[in-house]
Structure formats: C-alpha cells, structure tokens
Design a protein around this ligand. Structure first.
Ligand code: GL2
Length: 800
C-alpha cells in the first residue's frame, strides 16, 4: 500500500523538520521559502519512491506493453501542487504546515517553472504526462534536459528583451534523479563504410566518430490517487571518460555541453542549425537504445518488439526514431531489413501539430550525412524501398510528393508517416485538413493510418489547482465527485438558470479578477477596475493568431471614446501575454505596438477607466494559472484553418470564460459542446479562407479604401496616434496593405467589432452572462486529456 495512505499531520511535520535538518542543518523557523520548498519536494519524492520502483519492476515482470512519448519539448510548469494533489495529500500537507506556521503557497511560489517547451505542443506533452499514470497506462516521456528553458521575457521601453532562463539551481532540479547507471553512448559525425561479411551481409564500420555520453535524469509522473507512478526521462550530455582525448580543448568540451544547453525558442520555423539536428538525434538515439536494451532483457524475439513497445513521434522532431530503430535492429541485433522494417513501422506513430509549411521540418541532406552518416544511409534505403513499393501502382507525381528525399532535402514528416502505422491530427478540423489538403497524397497511399485525436488538458491543474474558489463552489453545488470524474461537471447544467448560483459564480470570478488586478498593480502599478470585462489573449505571438486584430479593435474603441467624450461603453481591460521568437521581427513589432498603445490608453484620464490595456510580461504556465481563472472573455481569433487545435481555449472554458472565436481548431468542438448561444463566433470559416486561396481574389487594399472606419484604424499605425512606433507602425501597415494582409484581418474586422459589441451588451445582463459561463464550465469535461490519452493508449499504442 502506498506510504501516503498512512500519513498523518504529525508524521508529515516530523518528516518535514527532519528533512530540513538533513538538507540544510536548520530549524523550520529559520528556513527560507526556498529551503522549505526543497525539503517538502524531497519528502514527496521519498513518499513516492516505493510506488515508482514497483511500477517499473511490474512492467518488466509482467512484460507489459509500454508506450514512450518522444518529444523535444515538455512544459510542466511547477510540480509541487500537482504532485500533492495527485497523491491525495494536498489538504493534509497544507494543514500540517499551517500548524508549524508555514503557508504552503509560499513554498509553491518558491518553485521555479520548468519551461522546457515553447507553447501548446510542450504543454500538451506535459498534460499527457499527468494523464497517462492517471488512467493507469504505462506511458513514459523521453526528452532533453535543457540547461536553459524558454527565454525569460522582459519588456524594456515597450520592446521584448530575452534573458536566459537558468531554471536549474546549482543542485539541479529537486524532482529529478540522475541515473548514471543507465547512461548510453551516442555516436555522431565521422564516416561509415559498409563492409561485406562472410555471410554476405554488409556491416557498418565507423571511422572518426565523436562519442557522446547520454545521461538520463528521471522525473516521477504521479497518477491521480491511484498509486501509479510513471517516468519522464530527460537526457543530458556528458563527455565520456573513455573518449576524453577526443575533446582536448575547453572549446571542444563547450561545444559538446552546448548540445543540451538551450531549447530552441521558436515554435514555427526551426533554425536550421546542426546543433538542432544533433539534439534531435541525441534524444532519439539515447532513448531508443535504453528501450531496446530493456526489451532485450525480456528474452523475446527482436522481430516482435512492437508487441511490447510503442514509440510516439510528437511532431517531426523525433522522426529519426524510425531510422535509429532500424539501425539498432539491423546493425546491432542483426535482423533482416524486412523483418526490422515490419516491426519498426508497427512500433512508430506520429502526431502532426501544425499545417504551417514552414514548421514541417526539412533537413539538408548534406548536413544530415555529415552529422548522422549511418542514419543518412538508412533513410536513403527507406526512401528507395518506398519508391520501389509504389512504383507503377500510383501516379509518379504522388510518389514525388511523398518520398522522403526530395531536392536534396530530407522531409521529416514524410519519414514519420512512412515509418509508422498511425498519423493523427489534434482537432477534427485539423485532421480533415491533413487528409484533404496537406497530406492528401499520403492519404491516398495509407488511408488506414489517419485518425484524429482532439487535444485535451490536465483538468486538475486548470481547475482544482488554478481555481480553488471555483472548485469550492462546485463542491458546494454539485458535490465533489467532479474532482475525480470531471464529467460530473455536467451536473451544473441543472443550475444554469438559478440566480443564486449565478451570483455565487459571479462572485468567484470577481475574486479571481481581483487577484489578477492585485498582481498587475504590484508588478506594473496599474489600477484595474474589476467591474470591467476582463478580455484575455494569451499565447505565443504569431501573425496567424492575429493579436493584431485584437489591437485593431482596441484602437477603434479608443477612437470612439476620443471622438465622443460623453460615450459610455461597458468598461474593458484587454490583457495580452505573449512571447515572440527572438528572430521573428514582425511579432516583436506587435509587442512594441501593444505596449505603446497600453501606455497611451492607460494614461489618458479622459477615458475614465473605461478602457485599459495590460501586457503581462513573461507569460508562462504559472502566470496562466493566475490569468485564466480571471478571464471573462477568451480570445481565440486565429485565421480559420491555421490553429491546429489550441488548448488554452479549453482551459478558459473550464474556468467560465466565454470564447470569442473563429471556427478554427478545437474552437469548433467547443461550440459543439456548449451550443451556438454560449460561444461567440465571428469571421470567415475555413471554406471561405480556402476560397480566397483558390480564387486568388483577396484584396486588402480595396477593403481598406472602401471602409472609412477601418481605414482610420489601420492608419492609426502610421499617423502618429500611437507614440514611439514609427518604424513598427509602418511595418504593420505594410503587412496589412502593401503585402495584402496574409491572415485576412481586414476581411474579418467588421464582424469581429460587431461581436465584441454584442459581448459588451451581453455583459450588462449579469444573470444571462453567468448562465452562459456556467454552461461552459459544465461542458468542459469532455476536453480532459485523461480521455484524449486513453484514446491514444487504446487505438494507437495498444497499451490498455
Ligand atoms: C501547436 C499548435 O499550433 C496548437 O494549435 C496545438 O494546440 C498544439 C498542440 O497540439 O500544437 N503546434 C506547434 O508547433 N505548437 C503548438 O502549440 N507550438
């Protein structure tokens, strides 16, 4: 039985004090929040350790099929609260600490965000890490232990400045356990020759290779109140003692250490650097070597590895898992190519997370050959076999579009699709677009591989942890069963028209808004009226996500208020939180514009607090936990067809915000869940957008010239309305008018403004608003990542 079942307050206090003595040689009353956090985290680790070990042993003993989720990004945020909650000891620990004068929240604040991801893709991976043990599935993560997480964003004079995020303390990360015992070697560079053996087989012989030591750091992933503990394995690089002479200078050593130094801060266009390619191979090779070695210990035939192992390629970055598994099976375990291929394709599966063509990775074949010569040979062979298989069976154009090597470039999505048995999109519309458009040639070849798995969220973090007051209210209203079965939120449907309950939810929202307002006052000195609509857009800054459309609406409101000093509008506070990739010029200009516009508006007393704009610096998971519960309006306004799914849309909904959205990604499924009356939809749908693509008839200048109200808004970027943005304003004006507005902001503008006006009216009727907000909460359970991952586990990996 789990240790936590026997815990008492007294025992926790005693253990906690002991831990402080042991780690820091101090008494509780002299400890800092940092020290207390470390002591408590270590204690949690001790409590969990037996279950963690047992889980691992059971997999080996019972030969359970296991899935490995390979991802170049994980974005867990903080872990203390989640771990306590999942262990079922949150309240007990909180009370125990209170008894000795310690506020658990101070310890929570002391933990640093673990930001080894850019945005939705990394956060989804972490939601899955929470859900896998929760549904009792043997599913482990495999990634990189970056020394620097996603950059820390500072705003200086309105501009984004990027600082390194040194999230690891000198002692490392308290949740991880270094396991030199399981380290493996990874080879890169050099030459590979295929030398014929007596048997007639060819054996690769390596020359001048560089050998890296891959050392795993394991982090427990605790299931919700079920004693199941899985593992997230992150790899770090070291110089192997045996090959020290290969790295004689300090510069040589630094180059190696750099391999796990930084997370690439770009979630659309990857810098085509060799370092990135090495990162990808390093993670894949290290992971697969240990996985195959542990399978080998079972004593089962290598050609049947797919019966016990599933490997998931999360976006294309781990696509080299396909040729690397082939290498291990053919070169090291001497399987025939065909046997190795048959099992490899059954092991591998792939998720596509975007249709933006710039994000579909391609590598120069020359660079590939230089860095991973053996993998290059294997990819060449896979490509040859692929062409051979389909030649004469389908149009040559189809083969030309789908083969892996084209124009001396290696297409990683093609490799992932050809080398696996499953390809999934992340929302219904996204999967449809893959099938009908982006991957339609592949669909012709392998229709059976395609499936949809709409994203989900680890609801415990986004409700119980992030929104304790709403959680308490839910307990009172519908009982606490929803905490373990999120679908029980549907019970709230019975109270949608109950004015008392509506008022209770309104008050919870106001309290959460106050919490956010206090944070803004403390960090930026701005006073915010909490009776205003809190309208929030938080996500990476991208042209397709259209933060600029939101800005254009704010400019319009500003102009209206300036034109008519007596005008009364429903007060609004617009919040933005967004990091721009450091090399993404346009996105950085939008940040500057937002900040200058915020300055202009917030300091204009004549607006009488009817309008405020706040840019929240350094948006990350912890800030999301503060912002999302405080939102009245959730802005999900991407150009239809561009946002694969989105996941913050689900988090906002769960916290009772109304979604203002285009029919894009999972917004469509949110609309289906709550009904058209409980979401606000605007703008072109995907078909309207695609019609413009096929007809080539979009003309933003025409719209601009024929709509004076819109023209005035667009001209505000260049006519001096927004101070200190001469350069940025022109860049934006050009994007909208000279370069024909790639994301159709102008076409969608009027409808967006109209729907914003509708929201302003609607908010005046508190009861109706709250009823809609509650409808959203009630129906948010269907977006739990527990259910999403169960579908992966059953339908793709076969591990349940
Ligand atoms: C993304 C998509 O843009 C986003 O819509 C989706 O919700 C997530 C998770 O599937 O994946 N793709 C991507 O590269 N990033 C995303 O957030 N960074």
């Amino acid at each position: 039985m789990a240790i936590v079942m026997q815990l008492t307050k007294e025992k926790i206090i005693q253990d906690f004090k002991m831990q402080l003595h042991e780690d820091f040689m101090i008494q509780n009353d002299e400890a800092t929040a940092d020290e207390r956090f470390i002591a408590l985290a270590k204690l949690v680790k001790c409590y969990v350790m037996p279950d963690w070990l047992r889980g691992r042993d059971e997999i080996v003993k019972e030969q359970k099929k296991t899935a490995y989720y390979f991802s170049i990004e994980f974005l867990p945020g903080k872990m203390l609260q989640t771990n306590l909650l999942n262990l079922g000891i949150y309240d007990l620990v909180q009370e125990a600490l209170r008894e000795i004068g310690v506020d658990l929240m101070d310890l929570v604040d002391a933990e640093r965000d673990m930001a080894l991801g850019n945005g939705g893709l990394g956060r989804l991976a972490s939601c899955f890490m929470d859900s896998l043990p929760t549904i009792g599935a043997p599913g482990f993560g495999n990634g990189i232990r970056y020394k620097y997480g996603l950059f820390k964003q500072k705003i200086v004079n309105g501009y984004q400045v990027e600082l390194p995020d040194a999230w690891l303390s000198s002692d490392g990360n308290v949740w991880e356990t270094k396991k030199p015992h399981s380290a493996v070697d990874v080879k890169i560079y050099g030459n590979v020759y295929l030398v014929p053996q007596e048997s007639g087989d060819l054996k690769p012989v390596y020359e001048n290779v560089k050998t890296l030591r891959a050392v795993p750091y394991d982090m427990m992933q605790i299931g919700f109140k079920n004693d199941v503990v899985n593992n997230l394995r992150l790899w770090d690089v070291e110089i192997p003692e045996k090959y020290e002479l290969d790295y004689p200078t300090l510069a040589d050593r630094r180059r190696i250490e750099d391999i796990t130094s930084v997370l690439y801060p770009d979630d659309a266009t990857r810098e085509g650097q060799s370092l990135r390619l090495i990162q990808e191979y390093f993670m894949v090779s290290a992971g697969l070597q240990t996985i195959v070695a542990s399978y080998a210990k079972m004593g089962l035939p290598m050609a049947k590895i797919h019966e016990k192992i599933a490997v998931h390629i999360n976006d294309t970055h781990p696509a080299m898992a396909v040729p690397e598994l082939m290498r291990i099976l053919v070169d090291e375990y001497e399987l025939d190519w065909d046997d190795a291929w048959a099992t490899t394709t059954q092991v591998m599966s792939y998720t596509n997370h975007t249709i933006l063509s710039e994000a579909l990775e391609k590598w120069d074949a020359g660079l590939f050959k230089e860095i991973v010569p053996r993998i290059h040979q294997i990819v060449g062979e896979i490509d040859r076999q692929f062409v051979k298989t389909w030649a004469g069976k389908v149009d040559t154009a189809v083969i030309d579009h789908t083969r892996i090597i084209q124009n001396n470039q290696i297409h990683m999505a093609n490799l992932s699709i050809i080398g696996g048995h499953s390809v999934n999109g992340v929302a219904k519309l996204h999967t449809e677009l893959l099938i009908e458009d982006v991957l339609k040639d592949f669909y012709l070849l392998y229709p059976e591989k395609f499936n949809n798995k709409t994203n989900g969220i680890a609801q415990r973090r986004w409700s119980q942890i992030a929104n304790p007051s709403m959680s308490a209210l839910l307990d009172k209203q519908i009982g606490d069963g929803w905490r373990s079965n999120i679908h029980e939120l549907l019970k709230l449907e019975d109270f949608l028209e109950d004015a008392t309950v509506q008022l209770d939810f309104y008050q919870v929202k106001q309290a959460n808004k106050q919490r956010l307002a206090d944070y803004v006052k403390k960090t930026q000195g701005i006073d915010l009226p909490i009776h205003a609509i809190f309208d929030v857009q938080v996500k990476r800054l991208h042209a397709y996500k259209r933060q600029l459309l939101n800005v254009m609406h704010i400019i319009k409101l500003y102009q209206d208020l300036k034109d008519n000093a007596a005008l009364e509008i429903t007060p609004r506070v617009f919040f933005f939180g967004a990091k721009a990739a450091p090399g993404y010029h346009f996105a950085k200009s939008v940040i500057k514009i937002i900040n200058e516009l915020a300055n202009l508006i917030n300091n204009d007393a004549r607006l009488r607090d009817q309008l405020k704009v706040v840019f929240l610096e350094n948006y990350n998971v912890s800030l999301a936990e503060l912002i999302i519960p405080a939102a009245d309006v959730s802005e999900q306004i991407s150009t239809a067809g561009k946002e694969a799914s989105g996941t913050s849309n689900m988090k906002f909904m769960m916290n009772g915000a109304l979604t203002l959205a285009t029919l894009d990604g999972a917004n469509i499924e949110i609309k289906d869940a709550v009904g058209e009356d409980n979401i606000v939809i605007f703008g072109m749908d995907k078909d309207a957008v695609y019609a413009h693509y096929t007809r080539h008839d979009y003309n933003s200048r025409y719209i601009y010239e024929t709509n004076p109200r819109l023209k005035r808004v667009v001209d505000a970027f260049i006519d001096g309305t927004i101070p200190n943005t001469h350069y940025e304003g022109h860049e934006i004006w050009d994007a909208l008018i000279s370069y024909n507005d790639e994301y159709f902001l102008l076409e969608d503008f009027e409808d967006y403004v109209a729907k914003q006006a509708y929201i302003s009216e609607l908010y005046k009727d508190k009861n109706t608003w709250q009823s809609k907000a509650m409808k959203n909460i009630a129906n948010s359970g269907r977006f739990t990542s527990d259910d999403t991952i169960e579908l992966y586990a059953r339908e793709i990996w076969g591990i349940l």
